[in-house]
Design a protein around this ligand. Structure first.
Ligand SMILES: CC(C)(C)c1cc(CCc2ccccn2)cc(-c2ccc(S(=O)(=O)CCO)cc2)c1
Length: 240
């Protein structure tokens, strides 16, 4: 099959997002402020505005026992689970199945703050990456979501304001095999998560209101999503 028109953009952005996500908070530029902590979860943001719009880049790191990076990316990527964990979702459509690891989504989100309703149009790509640092270490899995244009879905024509986002979920699984040579169980696996996002909420919303929403919503999202995956996988064979 010929290359899809989006493939070059997808391949370039995925590589760029993954290399950024693998940098520690200290390495990828100054100005990261820790704004939320909960157990193993640390959430950082940078205060940035584009054309007067708050687009605060966000970087969260978390460690969750008992699930793999492949499982976390699988439940984040697959549309059939999204209504179970994305509570702000009003409607989700898969407009195009570009390949088995690349989908085009159109989503409308519930109206949350005293501004208008939002929608998002983005491609989503899931990929296993070679673990080039640690040869025999487990692989790294990533999902990248990036806003895109589609002539049949022009932004800001209907009731919704278009959100523009780039999101990267990067996961690395650590396996600590049991001493007695027993088979690996979920007690022996740990997933190190890096979640990066830059979201331009579009339209106009007061910076103070937006920042309050980010601060409230993002920690909830990561906790809710990882709890969902833990619960979904606990009685299933491990998906390495
Ligand atoms: C909070 C803010 C950054 C402005 C925001 C507001 C809204 C609109 C609805 C909403 C959600 C939460 C709070 C306020 N409004 C949606 C999103 C959003 C949408 C999608 C994705 S995704 O990673 O593609 C997962 C698939 O859905 C992540 C974030 C973000």
């Amino acid at each position: 099959a010929g290359q899809h028109r989006l493939w070059p953009e997808i391949d370039t952005l995925v590589k760029q997002q993954v290399s950024m996500a693998r940098l520690g908070v200290g390495e990828c530029g100054a100005g990261w402020q820790l704004f939320a902590e909960d157990g193993e979860m640390r959430m950082y943001r940078r205060e940035e505005e584009v054309d007067g719009m708050v687009v605060d880049p966000l970087k969260a790191v978390h460690t969750v026992k008992g699930i793999t990076g492949h499982e976390l990316c699988h439940y984040f990527f697959k549309p059939e689970y999204r209504y179970d964990w994305e509570t702000t979702l009003e409607n989700m459509q898969v407009l195009e199945t570009i390949s088995d690891d690349t989908l085009l989504f159109f989503q409308t989100h519930k109206r949350i703050w005293p501004a208008s309703q939002r929608d998002t149009l983005f491609w989503s790509h899931m990929r296993r990456l070679p673990n080039d640092q640690d040869r025999d270490g487990p692989d790294i899995w990533a999902v990248v979501n990036n806003s895109t244009d589609l002539a049949s879905y022009p932004p800001n024509t209907g009731k919704c304001v278009r959100i523009f986002l780039t999101v990267c979920l990067l996961c690395q699984t650590r396996i600590d095999p049991p001493k007695d040579g027993a088979p690996i169980s979920r007690d022996n696996i740990t997933c190190k998560i890096t979640y990066c996002s830059v979201v331009n909420p579009g339209g106009w919303a007061p910076a103070s209101v937006l920042r309050a929403v980010y601060k409230r919503e993002y920690p909830k999202f990561l906790k809710r999503f990882t709890a969902f995956v833990t619960n979904k996988t606990k009685d299933k064979p491990i998906m390495f």
